[in-house]
Design a protein around this ligand. Structure first.
Ligand SMILES: [Zn+2]
Ligand SMILES: [Zn+2]
Length: 368
């Protein structure tokens, strides 16, 4: 039976409405998820403002399996699950190479996936098929997704805390642990301590980094970074565009430059910053997904520096969502502390306004 679902529907550029969509029963390997919590992310607004097509918004969420398709093997109705956007086919070269976040068939790395389109014909709005952000469309009472887009939730993790694992936590934690493979005893610099940056910080702490230097232009964010594991905070002057002063402080603390540096600002002119912070042979990680053309001084790569731009913290959902839940239960991965405010779906505009004002580390929409 087709279900009516209240959802955030993006219309023309920059505008959205809360309206009813129609969701069909799951087919094949699809599952129907009743969303309990969906987290807000800057990417939601980037997609909203950068595109003109209607779509169901949201790509971070957790909920309960409400129905399963005939080919679903891993889930049953009633299972609590968290969404992920590393859905994958299991058969392509990337999947065979265990880089399933780059799946040649389903990854957002290919085509217009970040904008999202429905794999399923099962979601319609005003009688026409409608795309879903990141193939998920989490800002909706119900969503229909492939079974590889969900992972089981264990024990007593609140849905609100689980929902933030979906994207920001995975990206930050995975960039440190999976992509950079931060070694115990190492020194790291984390530039930008917003929603993703603090998860890089705690990923580095969990990986055993002993010197974690946070750099930001607001003291409040530096204080927050310390709660998540930063050992040092450097307050940067926004006028210091080359971050010369921060670089000097990092070199004073580490003597030769940091072993790893992470860029988490989304500011294009900051794309080369992590190269400035690291030692010879160190690793620079661009976490924020800068896509604009940037002029690079190639001498910044001297010598033997590595610069990587990982997608989604190189997410392997089954492995990583299990590990992150275990770390939550042992108290090492802080999730509850990241959620600064919750909203009802009809308060979404308010939630985005709070996010833009910098008031929030993370806002979450709760469903009944
Ligand atoms: Zn694949
Ligand atoms: Zn996100």
């Amino acid at each position: 039976m087709t279900i009516r679902s209240r959802a955030a529907v993006a219309g023309s550029k920059g505008s959205f409405t809360i309206d009813n969509i129609q969701v069909s029963p799951p087919k094949g390997d699809e599952v129907l998820v009743k969303i309990k919590a969906a987290a807000l992310c800057h990417t939601d607004l980037d997609i909203l403002n950068g595109n003109d097509f209607p779509h169901v918004m949201g790509h971070e969420g957790a909920g309960i399996i409400a129905d399963i398709g005939p080919n679903v093997t891993d889930f049953k109705t009633g299972d609590p699950v968290v969404l992920n956007w590393a859905m994958h086919c299991g058969a392509c070269l990337a999947c065979a190479d265990k880089r399933i976040h780059l799946c040649e068939n389903y990854s957002v790395a290919n085509g217009d996936g970040v904008s999202g389109h429905a794999h399923s014909e099962g979601t319609t709005y005003k009688g026409k098929p409608i795309r879903r952000s990141f193939y998920l469309g989490a800002l909706s009472e119900y969503t229909i997704v492939r079974q590889s887009a969900v992972c089981k939730l264990h024990d007593k993790i609140p849905y609100s805390s689980a929902s933030i694992l979906s994207c920001g936590v995975m990206t930050g934690f995975g960039s440190a642990v999976n992509a950079a493979k931060v070694k115990p005893g190492s020194s790291v610099a984390v530039l930008g301590c917003g929603g993703v940056g603090i998860n890089v910080v705690q990923g580095c702490r969990i990986a055993g980094a002993t010197r974690i230097i946070a750099i930001d232009i607001t003291q409040k964010r530096l204080d927050q970074a310390k709660e998540f594991g930063a050992t040092h905070g450097i307050l940067s002057d926004p006028k210091d565009t080359t971050l010369a002063s921060a670089r000097d402080s990092i070199f004073a603390l580490t003597h030769r430059g940091a072993d790893y540096a992470f860029e988490c600002t989304s500011i294009p002119t900051m794309a080369d910053a992590p190269l400035r912070f690291i030692r010879h042979g160190g690793m620079a990680v661009q976490v924020s997904g800068i896509e604009q053309p940037v002029n690079f001084d190639c001498s910044l790569f001297e010598w033997d520096k590595i610069y990587i731009n990982p997608l989604y913290g190189q997410c392997n959902p089954k492995r990583d969502f299990a590990i992150m839940q275990d770390l939550y239960h042992t108290g090492e991965l802080k999730l509850d502390e990241q959620i600064t405010k919750t909203y009802r779906l009809d308060e979404l505009q308010h939630g985005f306004a709070d996010m833009l004002s910098g008031k929030l580390a993370k806002g979450v929409v709760l469903f009944d």
